[in-house]
Design a binder for this molecule. Structure first.
Ligand code: ACO
Ligand code: KIV
Length: 377
């Protein structure tokens, strides 16, 4: 049994992440990422959508064979027998069944009435349960669904035996206070089932909304590595995990020191670069050039860092430029065995700043070259 402070991490990099245009992973690549996710310590790996292609079906099977003994592996299925059967055929003992509940999806996409959708929820969840599967049900577009109908939908899933109910903010239209209120209502309607949240980043709020969901009682969060996914992406695994742990004092099973390597593996295999300023895993997440900051960080890194780079497997990078100060310059040169008195350091610093003012990017090599002129003077 998990404690009430323990939040489950449901990784959907290999399903919602891979759905993004331009990302098509081979079976081998998906298996490599799944192995890394298992090492990382996520609670659930959504391996893919087995009914969607032969490759997805094989990948799901292989991922199960590789890591299924030590982590829950699930797959996505529409609310129909065929998709659920494909999951069963692939060997899954856990399935993620979804069907939309918002009027716009019912009218234009599914062409079903609300009654018909409730029937589909009940029948599909029941069918999956009758095959002994762990079932998570998602009312797609939940956050644009009439609230009373949403509650009816999740209650129907629970009645049919769903083990977990996931609330997707499918097009990212929530903000934290509103999502908090909604998740509270869902938690109260689901008779103690695990409530999960799945947030998209269309307004840059996926992480914030996920945290609000947890604050309201959700005990599982759907995430993707580097936040890859449909449109502006999904809530990013590294942000959600570190915020839960460092800001909200929740427990997560993730080995945070593997976050950076996981991020780089997914970036390499998906072909999607990690933004320079990306929280936690970006190249600049622990970068400092400003003299006042570098001075603080040299004395005690917590002056300008909210966590240590080692905790997430990232690196501290001290840079030189027109904002540099003497303390940082001294540190960078001394790491290369160059020791200068304060006067000479000031002279080197002036040259560094003059160069940087011309727009040049200053490297440690530039500083060493300038410093060498003052070494024996
Ligand atoms: C929010 C999300 O991320 S949902 C997941 C979205 N992911 C994907 O679509 C990726 C994988 N998808 C695929 O490979 C294909 O779309 C398939 C195999 C699922 C279906 O392909 P096709 O049969 O060619 O249909 P197409 O994708 O054009 O349309 C979807 C069909 O599924 C139906 N459908 C959509 N969602 C659901 C659902 N949750 N439950 C039941 N039926 C659904 C639609 O009404 C439509 O049915 P229709 O063909 O009778 O009109
Ligand atoms: C299938 C569901 C959970 C989904 O991906 C979404 O609504 O974004």
């Amino acid at each position: 049994m998990f404690s009430t402070r323990r939040i489950r991490i449901f990784d959907t990099t290999l399903r919602d992440g891979e759905q993004a245009p331009g990302i098509d992973l081979t079976v081998e690549q998906k298996v490599r990422i799944a192995r890394q996710l298992q090492r990382l310590g996520v609670d659930v790996i959504e391996a893919g959508f087995p009914a969607s292609s032969e490759g997805e079906f094989i990948a799901t099977k292989k991922i199960l064979e590789e890591v299924g003994d030590s982590v829950e592996v699930t797959g996505l299925a529409r609310a129909n027998k065929n998709d659920i059967d494909k999951g069963i055929e692939a060997g899954l003992s856990s399935i993620h069944v979804f069907i939309a509940t918002s009027d716009i999806h019912l009218k234009y996409k599914l062409k079903l009435t609300r009654e018909q959708v409730l029937d589909r929820i009940y029948e599909s969840v029941r069918y999956a349960k009758s095959h002994g599967l762990v079932v998570e049900y998602s009312p797609e577009d939940a956050t644009r669904t009439d609230e009373d109908f949403l509650i009816q939908a999740v209650k129907t899933a629970v009645e049919a035996g769903a083990d977990r109910v996931n609330i997707p903010d499918t097009v990212g239209t929530m903000y934290p206070f509103k999502f908090y209120d909604l998740i509270k209502k869902v938690v109260n309607a689901t008779s103690g089932r695990i409530v999960s949240v799945h947030c998209h980043n269309d307004f840059g709020l996926a992480t914030a909304n996920s945290l609000a969901g947890v604050q309201a009682g959700a005990r599982q969060v759907h995430v993707t590595v580097n936040g890859i996914g449909e449109r502006a992406g999904n809530a990013s695994l590294e942000e959600v995990v570190m915020a839960l742990k460092k800001l909200m004092d929740y427990e997560v099973g993730v080995k945070t020191w593997l976050l950076y390597d996981t991020s780089r593996l997914v970036s390499e295999l998906s072909g999607v670069p990690v933004p320079y300023f990306k929280a936690i895993v970006g190249e600049n997440a622990f970068g400092h050039e400003a003299g006042i900051h570098v001075h603080g960080v040299i004395e005690n890194p917590l002056t300008y860092e909210p966590m240590s780079p080692e905790e997430v497997g990232n690196f501290r990078r001290l840079a030189l430029g027109k904002h540099s100060g003497i303390h940082g310059l001294r540190k960078i040169l001394e790491e290369d065995g160059i020791h200068l008195d304060d006067e000479k350091l000031k002279a080197v610093l002036q040259e560094v700043k003059r160069m940087a003012d011309t727009g040049k990017k200053i490297t440690a090599e530039d500083a060493k070259r300038i410093a060498s002129k003052y070494l024996n003077t």
